[in-house]
Design a protein around this ligand. Structure first.
Ligand code: C2E
Ligand code: MG
Ligand code: MG
Length: 695
């Protein structure tokens, strides 16, 4: 160690020595950073950083060596042989690059250190090749111990350098790596030089072909300057690219890839900014929640490409009509949001919502089809309805839910009562789960009659809930709740079982129609459940009819069709309920093997007042008759309606004209009376009297 110290202090010129140290410190710092980059980038750009790390690392080792050799005070050095000098530079650049390459090919294995070893051995190779390039007027000798130690130091500290970058355990690890790199170069050099002894000899040498100290010094400076300049330029370009790609990623993170408008995160940020800007003014900020009505149907019936086209077109159209202080974003699916700053009255928020709704309503063309879609819009106002972004969004959603419940295609502002309604819904959902065990549910039956003979042809099972506190809760309220909570499967199974069991006890073997929810028709276990129920209750499959709505069919057409076929194989009939309210009624009729079509009561209600309704009824009957499918009209309340329907060719009717839904006991009484007094069937007045008596 002493020998090394004395070699450094007494045998070297301090000025050049300082220059060598500065070169080494600066070069090592840049080298380890470049190597760290190699490990953190991928593919093409990785090769660039690897080349730079090899060039700068190798260049640093080489320059340090030759500057230190210039510092070496000996009159016996005649000069440097140019070819070997240059070869030593290429050698060290090659080994350093190889070392860094090997160390960068693994995240955890020994290759990290193996690369460092190659780097360290490369320093030794360069050193001793470089020494061969020196022409001396004397003979020299190497002390093997120092040579071996110099190589060991180079290898060991080389390994430590790559280890600190490859397996960092503190944030300062790269300083450790740079330190180890310096030690690898420094110790290698000075340990080697300590074992170097030179004995002067008076020999004649051809010195003209040698490179002088000055030229070598200038060469070293030029090499280093070029290398650092290259690194500097590359780093600048990289910084610019990084800034550009960070902008690009920022844009991606804040925008929806399908429509190009702001996504949830983008909307959140916008709202936060809008709220903070309005904090010290008297203006409101309107937050709108927008949900397209029947978007799912477009997707299901016309495919996802059509759905995407619709979303893109609407987003573009709405973005085009936005004024200053207004924004429009997409949360996902068919959920959108819009915001407007500087709103002073509720009217302005309503107008903004209406502007968006009107744009949504404009037809969108797709191939040969034109979609006319509408939306449910809810809005909340800052600070009236809340001061936090999530509160405002939640309340706008609540208002939107209310708009949806009211049939959609409208705008509703948030109102405190909505919170209570939501809570009530939750309570009702909880109560419903216990309703079966508590015996609060009952199946009612409504007669279905022949439109001409008025004879009872069957009944529809309609569920009733006798709530202990609220009294009778209508199915329109609790069936959607059950559908939301998935309780519908249990409820549906119960109704089916109850209806089949009770039907077996009726004095006349009429058929019973049971309503099936959309979720049930998607359940692959459903046909097996129906089969089991028929076996358990003993009802003949020919007496069971299942009523399916269009929404229950189109969510997964292929799967539902498969389930319907399985049900038909059991001998059960399938009726299409609420015909005319769906989106693609015609195509559904063509594709599904229905045994009955039930025209929705809304159309029956309007047969004498609305040309549209009567046209739908008329065309449905014609279509169904041509397909040989019987038609049942729902909601028949008057004799005029009955006459119209029977004239049009509608075979079956159901409605208050023949009786309201009634408990099982009343139905049994009617059926028994019918059996006893068949003549009632021919007399509508008498028939209604019987119905009234029992209901
Ligand atoms: P739906 O299947 O269309 O049932 C017919 C509805 O029309 C019944 O309402 C019935 O009471 C009503 N109705 C019948 N005749 C007339 C009439 O002349 N005038 C008027 N204004 N209405 C009439 P309800 O019982 O309130 O049932 C409503 C809906 O709830 C049903 O519509 C059905 O979709 C659903 N629902 C009822 N029970 C069940 C069930 O067990 N399972 C499922 N999934 N849904 C059910
Ligand atoms: Mg029905
Ligand atoms: Mg119906």
């Amino acid at each position: 160690m002493l020998r090394i110290m004395s070699c450094v202090i007494y045998e070297h010129d301090p000025v050049f020595l300082v220059l060598a140290v500065v070169t080494l410190l600066f070069g090592s710092a840049v080298t380890v950073r470049l190597f760290a980059r190699v490990r953190r980038t991928d593919k093409a750009i990785r090769r660039l950083w690897l080349t730079l790390a090899g060039l700068i690392g190798g260049g640093t080792i080489w320059s340090t060596h030759f500057v230190a050799m210039l510092a070496y005070e000996s009159d016996l050095i005649l000069g440097f042989e140019p070819v070997l000098t240059v070869i030593s530079l290429f050698l060290v650049v090659a080994t350093t690059t190889l070392g860094f390459y090997v160390a960068s090919t693994s995240r955890h294995s020994y290759r990290i250190e193996l690369g460092g070893l190659i780097l360290g051995l490369g320093i030794g190779l360069m050193h001793y090749t470089g020494m061969r390039a020196i022409y001396l007027s004397g003979i020299y000798e190497w002390d093997t111990t120092f040579v071996v130690f110099s190589i060991i130091f180079g290898g060991a500290f080389g390994m430590l350098a790559t280890n600190r970058i490859g397996r960092p355990n503190t944030r300062y690890s790269h300083y450790g790596a740079a330190g180890a790199f310096c030690l690898a170069v420094g110790l290698m050099h000075f340990t080697g030089m300590s074992g170097f002894t030179l004995t002067p000899l008076d020999i004649e040498l051809e010195v003209t072909r040698l490179v002088s100290d000055e030229i070598l010094g200038a060469g070293v400076l030029i090499v280093m300057a070029l290398l650092f300049l290259t690194t500097f330029i590359t780093s600048m370009l990289d910084l610019k690219n990084a800034a550009e790609s960070s902008e690009h990623y920022k844009h991606l993170a804040l925008h929806d890839p399908l429509t190009g408008i702001a996504n949830r995160l983008g909307c959140d940020q916008y709202l936060e900014k809008a709220l903070s800007e309005t904090a010290d003014s008297v203006a409101n900020v309107a937050v709108l929640s927008i949900d397209l009505d029947r978007y799912k149907t477009v997707n299901d019936v016309h495919g996802h490409a059509a759905g995407d086209h619709l979303l893109r077109t609407l987003s573009q159209r709405i973005t085009d009509i936005l004024d200053n202080g207004e924004m429009f974003g997409r949360f996902g699916g068919d959920e959108f949001t819009a915001m407007k700053s500087d709103v002073f009255t509720e009217r302005e928020a309503l107008d903004f919502g209406r502007k968006i709704l009107d744009t949504i309503r404009e037809p969108v063309l797709w191939k040969e089809t034109s979609f006319e879609i509408c939306a449910s819009v809810g809005f909340s106002l800052f600070p009236r309805d809340g001061i936090k972004p999530f509160e405002l969004m939640e309340k706008a959603d609540l208002a939107m839910d209310r708009a949806k419940m009211q049939g959609g295609n409208c705008i509703i502002g948030y109102d405190e009562k909505m919170d209570t309604a939501v809570k009530e819904r939750h309570v009702l959902a909880m109560d419903l789960t216990n309703a079966i065990e508590k015996g609060e549910l009952e199946v009612y039956y409504q007669l279905q009659n022949d439109a001409n003979s008025r004879e009872i042809s069957g009944v529809e099972a309609l569920l009733r809930w006798h709530h202990p506190e609220r009294g009778m809760v209508p199915p329109d309220i609790f069936i959607p709740i059950a559908e939301e909570t998935d309780f519908i499967n249990i409820l549906g199974k119960w109704v089916l079982h109850q209806a089949c069991k009770e039907a077996c006890e009726w004095p006349r073997a009429i058929s019973v129609a049971v309503n099936i929810a959309a979720k049930q028709t998607c359940d692959p276990e459903f046909p097996a459940m129906v089969h089991e129920t028929l076996l358990k209750t003993g009802l003949s499959p020919a007496r069971l009819e299942l009523e399916i709505t269009e929404s229950g069919i189109i969510s997964d057409t292929a799967q539902t069709l498969h389930i319907i076929r399985q049900l038909k194989n059991l001998g059960v009939r399938i009726a299409m309920d609420d015909y005319g309210t769906g989106y693609s009624s015609l195509s559904t009729l063509q594709n599904f093997p229905f045994d009955k079509i039930k025209i929705d009561r809304e159309f029956v209600k309007g047969i004498h007042t609305s040309r549209h309704s009567s046209a739908i009824v008329r065309s449905t009957v014609i279509l169904a008759n041509s397909l040989d499918i019987p038609v049942l009209a729902e909601g028949v309340e008057t004799e005029d309606q009955l006459t119209f329907l029977s004239e049009q060719g509608c075979q079956l009717v159901q409605g208050f004209l023949f009786g309201k839904p009634m408990p099982n006991a009343d139905l049994k009484a009617i059926l028994a009376a019918r059996q006893d007094r068949d003549f009632v069937a021919d007399d509508p007045v008498l028939q209604r009297q019987v119905v009234r008596r029992v209901s």
